[in-house]
Design a binder for this molecule. Structure first.
Ligand code: ADP
Ligand code: MG
Length: 508
């Protein structure tokens, strides 16, 4: 189903002192599942509640409390898997990952190490045009998606001597989306997260709010000599790749890119001076612009993983998956392709208009009633520009799709010029009035009556004999007459007609 008429972009290369290096990146994206209740309790997931008010006994790790799976979380994970063209595993299971943390009262996190609910999938990550103008995209393979519990929050900055804990987040469902190491540069990594966020927003499975921590990523980075990655691709043998380091918990697109860049350079410096990379978990410090070692890489056995004895294996029916598949909304790739086909849009415009559902719906409502290309221009250039100036979202647009398409229809019918249309748009935007009414009341109709235009041209020619003499020698000066006529008619004269009449009169 994926449209692969894209060119494959070149990987990011960093020139070291001795040789060129390529980047290899794999992401583990933690996406909070959009549901009202937590993964194994009925406590609310609402953000910003009073600390420790959304906590069930099981979330607080009270002895003898039993987890009960929230079916809504399963449905959302399956839905996300289908949105990433992934294999849905009809049998999965939950494991305990044991470790101590003050904000993890159970003493373990329930996760899915051995049998995740979603298997391999893929995501098309668009990356803009290459030097010859062809759009490029990377197909990033998904390794798996598993469901797991989030931890709570330790608060260290409320008191100089005490730490506090807020368990509201404890037990909230996360989807961990693990990519294969198919991402080849910092921009691609950010674009991958943007694409995941877009798909999940279309599906309604994660709100993607990075500020609230609802979407965050662990970034795995390694470097290799050119040619090594192709060997890995041919064999799927990881030994062709360099040793990776994992940078934990990145919650902004900017930091993801900056962290990858400094981490790759750190590794290159070590390798070129004859050292080796130690596989470890690192933290990115945006103030210092560096990554620092946090702990050495821990293996599954360090966590004493074992199947959670309180939870049965999770078995779902194919018919359940089919029902979710049948109710999937149109996804970003499909919508973009359809916009390009139905409305004659360029790849870039179609990407911009499908970036979020509200924009796509707004555009489609406009384009459905008028010329698609003009609609795209007006939505992207005028409307988005104006909304941005006011810091407003598309759903709060004071100009409705019906009003914008009516405005475009007035341009198409040559009732108003494109220039006057911008004034009408501004009036409509600030007052909410209908374009046709504005044009009528303000007397903005384009003068297409050639008689009236001729009269205006004659008058200006009669008043400016010197200019006429000059213009007869230099036809470029005709522009001056056109300007005068437009001025005399308050910008309402049809520019095409004015140009023609001025040229004809000056040639007499
Ligand atoms: P672990 O279970 O030890 O965390 P995984 O196999 O799950 O290891 O891989 C974790 C992430 O690291 C995945 O996103 C994967 O794509 C990425 N990854 C694996 N090898 C490399 C490598 N050589 N360079 C960069 N990323 C890698
Ligand atoms: Mg991992």
């Amino acid at each position: 189903m994926l449209d692969l008429t894209y060119d494959t972009p070149k990987p990011k290369t960093i020139a070291g002192a001795k040789q060129d290096w390529e980047l290899v990146i794999g992401l583990e994206v933690h996406a909070q599942v959009s549901t009202n209740a937590k993964l194994f309790s009925g406590a609310s997931t609402k953000f910003g509640a009073e600390p420790n008010s959304n906590v069930a006994f099981v979330d607080a790790g009270m002895p003898g409390m039993l987890p009960v799976i929230n079916e809504a979380c399963i449905e959302q994970a399956v839905c996300t898997g289908l949105g990433l063209s992934a294999k849905i595993n009809l049998e999965s299971a939950f494991d305990r990952k044991n470790y101590f943390y003050p904000d993890l009262p159970q003493g373990y996190q329930i996760s899915q190490l051995y049998h995740p609910i979603v298997g391999e999938g893929e995501v098309l990550v668009e990356l803009g045009p290459n030097s010859s103008g062809t759009p490029t995209a990377r197909l990033v393979r998904i390794e798996r998606i598993h469901l797991e519990q989030d931890a709570g929050k330790s608060v260290h900055d409320m008191d100089p001597a005490l730490s506090f804990v807020d368990l509201n987040r404890t037990g909230v469902a996360l989807m961990e989306i693990v990519s294969k190491p198919d991402i080849r540069g910092p921009e691609e990594a950010a674009a991958f997260v943007v694409k995941l966020r877009q798909i999940m927003a279309y599906l309604g499975t994660c709100d993607g709010n990075m500020q609230n921590g609802n979407l965050r990523a662990d970034v795995n980075v390694s470097v290799c000599a050119p040619g090594q990655y192709e060997k890995y691709q041919a064999t799927q043998d990881f030994s062709h790749l360099g040793t990776r380091c994992e940078i934990k918990n990145m919650n902004s697109m900017r930091f993801i890119q900056a962290a990858i860049d400094v981490e790759a350079k750190r590794q290159i410096a070590i390798l070129e001076s004859g050292g080796t990379i130690t596989q470890e978990t690192r933290l990115y410090d945006p103030d210092k612009g560096e990554t620092r070692s946090m702990r050495s890489k821990e293996e599954a056995h360090d966590y004493r993983y074992f199947p959670d004895p309180d939870l049965l294996p999770l078995v779902i029916e194919q018919s359940y998956v089919d029902a979710i598949a049948a109710s999937l909304p149109e996804l970003p790739d499909a919508k973009k392709t359809r916009f390009m086909a139905d409305f004659g849009l360029a790849d870039y415009d179609a990407s911009v208009l499908t970036a979020d559902l509200d924009s796509a719906e707004y555009f489609e409502a406009v384009a459905g009633q008028t010329n698609g290309k003009l609609a795209a221009n007006w939505v992207i250039n005028e409307l988005f520009g104006r909304l941005k100036k006011d810091n407003r979202e598309i759903e709060d647009s004071p100009v409705t799709p019906t009003q914008l398409s009516a405005l475009i229809a007035l341009i198409e019918a040559e009732t108003i010029s494109g220039k006057i249309a911008k004034d009408v748009f501004e009036i409509s935007y600030t007052t909410g009035r209908d374009p046709a009414e504005i044009v009528e009341t303000e007397g903005l109709k384009q003068v297409t009556d050639t008689g009236a235009i001729e009269a205006a041209v004659d008058q200006i020619i009669a008043d400016n004999p010197d200019q006429v003499a000059k213009a007869k020698l230099n036809p470029k000066l005709a522009g001056w007459f056109v300007g005068q006529v437009m001025k005399a008619t308050g910008g309402k004269a049809n520019p095409k007609a004015v140009n023609q009449i001025v040229a004809a009169k000056l040639a007499e």
